[in-house]
Design a protein around this ligand. Structure first.
Ligand code: ATP
Ligand code: MG
Length: 324
């Protein structure tokens, strides 16, 4: 069991909160040494899954192992091998970054000297040395997230759970967190990352499980998932409905896919592989032919596109139903 190459195995997980089924037959396998993305909208059950796997809450049914250990029967052993960064920052605002890490070290019984050494090492690794002695209250969102990551790495866990590590961060901070995650995995840690962003899962994960209303509805590589959804698209918005047929013709000629049009939103879009090349070609050809366009651009598939394709409904529907 321990050496089957999987850091996480969950089968048929069930979790109820009163009448609400937060997890309902949830399955997941995560290969050791990889980043695995758990992608889903608000209320899909991501945090519940992470809490069960990190032994914070009990499951009502099904079975899960982490690092080969049963989360229900060997919770203490599991806890010794994992790290967790929750959806909301756990660090203390009043303390400095260094003091926070030293405090976590002591909580894990490292002893003063080892806690100090480990704190210094992690501050360096997460590029926080310059800000180490500033109060966390003055940290940017990205710095705070990095400190969170550092805190969950005090004991070099075999498996690290990151619950929406970049939600609410600006693009630069998000990039910094992504770099930190990559560095962790290069050091041998397995990461299970929950996210609402297809792009984030695509950038970091080698495999993605899509979760909807407490169950896994897809498990694939990022490319596999994007292919199922249709990948990147070039999108043209026209000024007048009567221009749509001409634009469809141009887009069909210049791109390799079948264009689709939306008469109410005055949009024509088609799948592309060479993103920038296709955009340039479409823009130039439309201009050469004198077609007036309102807007033109590239669109990456979003979580919403994934849901529409996989479930036939949009994520808003999921949210509403999840709220019932
Ligand atoms: N302690 C709780 N008591 C009652 N219901 C809960 C509790 N925790 C979660 N739920 C419900 O269980 C479902 C799954 O919630 P969960 O927090 O796991 O979703 P999530 O995918 O993490 O969502 P988000 O993206 O908003 O963090 C939701 O419908 C939520 O309202
Ligand atoms: Mg959550």
């Amino acid at each position: 069991m321990k050496d089957d190459g999987y850091a996480v195995r969950a089968e048929g997980l069930e979790k109820r909160y009163g009448e609400k089924r937060a997890l309902h037959g949830f399955d997941l396998t995560v290969r050791a040494g990889t980043v695995h993305g758990l992608l889903g909208p608000n209320g899909a059950g991501k945090t519940t899954a992470v809490r069960i796997l990190s032994t914070l809450i009990r499951l009502d049914g099904g079975r899960a192992t982490v690092a080969g250990l049963d989360v229900a029967r060997q919770a203490r052993e599991v806890r010794a091998r994992i790290g967790l960064t929750g959806q909301y920052a756990a660090v203390d605002e009043v303390l400095t970054g260094r003091q926070n890490l030293e405090m976590f070290g002591r909580l894990f019984h490292l002893g003063g000297r080892r806690a100090r050494a480990r704190a210094a090492e992690l501050l360096e690794r997460f590029d926080l040395t310059d800000a180490a002695d500033k109060g966390v209250g003055d940290y940017s969102g990205g710095m705070r997230r990095r400190l969170d990551l550092a805190a969950s790495m005090i004991l070099t866990p075999a498996v690290l759970f990151l619950d929406e590590p970049t939600t609410g961060l600006d693009p630069r901070s998000r990039g910094e967190v992504w770099d930190s995650v990559r560095a962790l995995v290069a050091g041998g840690t397995t990461v299970l990352l929950t996210t609402q962003y297809l792009e984030e899962a695509d950038r970091l994960a080698s495999r993605i499980t899509v979760i909807d209303r407490g169950r896994s509805i897809a498990d694939d590589t990022p490319d596999g998932l994007k292919n199922r959804v249709g990948g990147d698209r070039v999108e043209v918005v026209v000024a007048e409905r009567s221009d749509i047929p001409r634009v469809v013709k141009v887009v069909a000629r210049v791109t390799d896919g079948e264009p689709e049009s939306d008469e109410t939103e005055l949009r024509v879009h088609a799948p592309v592989t060479d993103r920038v090349g296709a955009l340039t070609d479409v823009a130039r050809t439309l201009q050469d032919e004198g077609v007036r366009v309102e807007d033109i651009g590239l669109r990456r598939p979003s979580l919403d596109d994934v849901f529409l394709r996989l479930t036939g409904h949009r994520t808003e529907t999921t949210q509403k139903e999840a709220a019932v």
